[in-house]
Design a protein around this ligand. Structure first.
Ligand code: NOJ
Length: 708
């Protein structure tokens, strides 16, 4: 037995032993990632690749565990060194049990929820033959036209950082119940979410300041949480495409943060260096990318040219060695050499387990945001409503609930039929007469006057209308940018017609991004923004509508009034003339601000106080549930630094907590600050700077000013 084959040897020894036995060709093979056959995932339709058992990684393989193991056997037994393949897939918000999309998870303001979702996703995916997920996406974004905001945790870097860490830990942490783990991948590194004008794959121009203030912190949080891999992004960052960006991948990621895993490129992004105007020479593309710190090449095969580059001396062997070491290290750490095969288990025992579905339902309810609730229309008490109209293109559509990035669905295999609102409504209103009408299709415009009129007539004959609208599932996710953020197609026309009936209307809006509610929200009494809530979303929504659950989610991203306000985000920097500079034709405030979200109970904040203890600043207040129901309050703490050498946003989030209270009870909520750390800011080189002076901390609608 060689040292690399001995599980008792330290990982580093195994890595260097194996590396010392490898030929250049074997090393290059480790840096390559391919599909088997032609991938048919939207946006990923690539060339047909013959299978090479020496290859480092396979992605997006949905052929089942038996076939996966057969291919793995060719790698283990049919090659000289028997190096296992690492199998990657986009397990973005679940594998079989589909959970709420990431933007929805962020709305919970409860990273524990994401940790648990990631844990279950890892356990299910592992039994599907997946060793590595391309998740979490941790990019903050200020532009909801960019369709990939659905995959991220919103606009705030501290919130995104907490969720990034929770997702990484969830995927990667073994527990006694779930020893199965998969490697996480922080993506897309870095700045892709700043794509110009909200286009996908576009140029990005980001100052060093903005990189350090907004875009880099969630990645740092994910690296500190132990992420084993990172995916470099498609964008050209300030003139240097991310896949060849030495400063980002080596300077910051490795040298500053001490990241020890490997970096994989995004789909064909090494080859796309030609389209970006960097180089059309494949060898130059490959050499530039690997020397910058990108270790594995996704799908385009450009790294095949590394072999000739090494042989001719145009690439020093040490760069190839470094990349291979990093890839092998992750394979050893994952235990792939000891357990290269996926056990074949009865799917019923490992997928869609009752407790997973129950958690999917609870977590979906925790992510849906109650945006409006005029005259306390919600919760709807079943005994009060005899005739209910369920109207809208989303009323009976499961694709919109499941949302984008369904790995299995992409392969033409949906896990199980996902219940729609129409499927479940009768369970909640057993005595009522329920009538349904789509009113209009999701996207066709103008709408069909007759079907809209039919829906309006149905509304007029009902005691309450539940109006299910939003973006269809296929209008969100990669390569689905929108220039218009209103409800698509004729849906606004439908809302107007239904509202004209004069009946109370509850709107359920599904979307993968902030949408524009101006002119629509005013017409209805209540709005529950359900995002893409996953496999149990319909029941979760009705749990909330009927009061079986109480809403507690908040918006992690600003909802603009009009596209003209974009980019829009809460932590803006101040302007020279605070009273001037507004638009002459539109308010400058958002329609719904970051952190907005209602409950069925009421919370009061009182007795805000500050004390200094043991070098810390302790800020406390009393939170009381003064309503009639149990509920959870998201407490958000903002910092304002009115004067600084490097000017600061008017306010920025420094902490948040989610607190559950029974009616009539209260609790002391505490924030402990270490001044030099928590009151400091990041400058344009990434250094923390603490400037003593006066600061303001605010929470709820109260604030406290102090010197530190
Ligand atoms: C392209 C996407 O940008 C990335 O997020 C995804 O993980 C890869 N394709 C693999 O499917």
């Amino acid at each position: 037995m060689h040292p690399y084959q001995n599980p008792d040897c330290p990982v580093e020894e195994r890595v260097s032993d194996l590396l010392s036995r490898m030929t250049t060709a074997e090393k290059v093979a480790q840096t390559l990632q391919f599909t088997i056959g032609k991938d048919t995932t939207p946006n990923n339709i690539g060339a047909d690749h013959p299978f090479d058992p020496r290859v480092g990684s396979i992605l997006s393989f949905y052929g089942g565990v038996t076939e996966r193991n057969a291919y793995q056997k060719l790698a283990i037994e049919g090659t000289r060194l028997g190096i296992p393949i690492i199998w990657g897939a986009d397990v973005i918000h679940g594998w079989q049990t589909i959970f709420p999309a990431a933007i929805a998870q962020a709305s919970s303001f409860d990273p524990e929820l994401t940790r648990q979702i990631s844990r279950i996703s890892a356990a299910e995916a592992w039994y599907g033959g997946v060793d590595w997920t391309f998740s979490p996406m941790v990019e903050v974004c200020h532009d909801p036209r960019w369709e990939r905001v659905v995959e991220g945790y919103g606009e705030d870097p501290a919130v995104a950082g907490k969720f990034a860490a929770a997702a990484v830990q969830g995927y990667q942490q073994p527990t006694p119940e779930h020893p199965e783990t998969i490697a996480a991948c922080l993506k897309h590194y870095v700045g892709y979410s700043a794509s110009e004008a909200g286009h996908d794959y576009a140029y990005t121009d980001i100052s060093q300041r903005a990189l350090h203030e907004w875009y880099l912190p969630p990645f740092e949080a994910g690296v500190r949480a132990g992420a084993q891999t990172v995916m470099s992004s498609f964008n050209d960052l300030n003139g240097t495409p991310a896949v060849v960006h030495h400063g980002m991948m080596t300077g910051i990621l490795r040298n500053s943060w001490n990241f020890r895993g490997f970096v994989v490129s995004d789909w064909e992004s090494v080859k796309q260096l030609e389209a970006q105007g960097f180089s059309s020479n494949p060898e130059h593309q490959a050499v530039s990318s690997i020397t910058a710190g990108n270790d594995m090449d996704m799908v385009d095969g450009i790294y095949r040219h590394l072999e000739a580059a090494v042989e001719s001396g145009r690439l020093e062997m040490r760069y190839l060695n470094l990349a291979v070491e990093r890839i092998l290290r992750v394979k050893f750490e994952l235990g792939l050499f000891e357990h290269p095969y996926t056990p074949e288990r009865d799917p019923a025992a490992v997928w869609l387990r009752r407790e997973y579905l129950d958690f999917a339902r609870r977590s979906a309810a925790d992510t849906m945001v109650l945006l409006k609730n005029e005259d306390d229309l919600l919760p709807l008490l079943p005994e009060r409503y005899r005739r209910i109209a369920l109207i809208g293109p989303a009323a009976d559509n499961s694709d919109a609930l499941l949302g984008s990035w369904l790995a299995l669905a992409a392969a033409g295999r949906k896990p199980v039929r996902t219940e729609t609102y129409r499927d479940v409504i009768a369970d909640y209103f057993p005595e009522a007469e329920i009538r349904c009408a789509p009113g209009c299709a999701y996207r066709s415009s103008p709408g069909d006057e007759a079907t809209i009129a039919e829906a309006a007539a149905l509304a007029a004959r009902s005691d309450v209308v539940i109006l299910a609208v939003g973006e269809p599932g296929d209008l969100t996710g990669e390569n689905k940018s929108r220039a218009d953020l209103r409800l698509p197609g004729a849906q606004e026309q439908l809302v107007a017609a239904v509202a004209a009936s004069g009946r109370p209307v509850v709107m359920l809006t599904g979307s993968g991004r902030p949408i524009i509610y101006s002119g629509t929200a005013e017409r209805v009494q209540s709005i529950l923004h359900v995002w893409q809530g996953g496999i149990m979303a319909a029941r979760a929504a009705f749990d909330l509508l009927t009061g079986a659950a109480t809403p507690s989610a908040r918006l992690p991203m600003t909802f603009p009034r009009a596209v003209g306000q974009v980019p829009i985000y809460y932590n803006r920097h101040r302007r020279a003339r605070p009273e001037s500079g507004q638009y002459s034709d539109l308010a400058e405030t958002p329609y719904y601000e970051f952190g907005h979200g209602l409950s069925y109970t009421t919370f009061t904040y009182s007795e805000l106080r500050l004390e200094r203890r043991d070098g810390r600043i302790i800020i406390e207040f009393t939170l009381a549930n003064t309503g009639k129901r149990s509920g959870s309050e998201v407490v958000i703490w903002f910092l304002s630094d009115p004067e600084a050498a490097l000017t600061q946003p008017a306010k920025r989030l420094i902490s948040f907590q989610k607190i559950s209270l029974a009616p009539g009870t209260s609790q002391t909520v505490r924030l402990a600050l270490k001044p030099e750390q928590d009151l400091s800011y990041t400058d344009e080189t990434g250094q923390r700077v603490f400037e003593p002076g006066s600061f303001i901390i605010s929470t709820g609608n109260r604030s406290i000013e102090f010197q530190a």
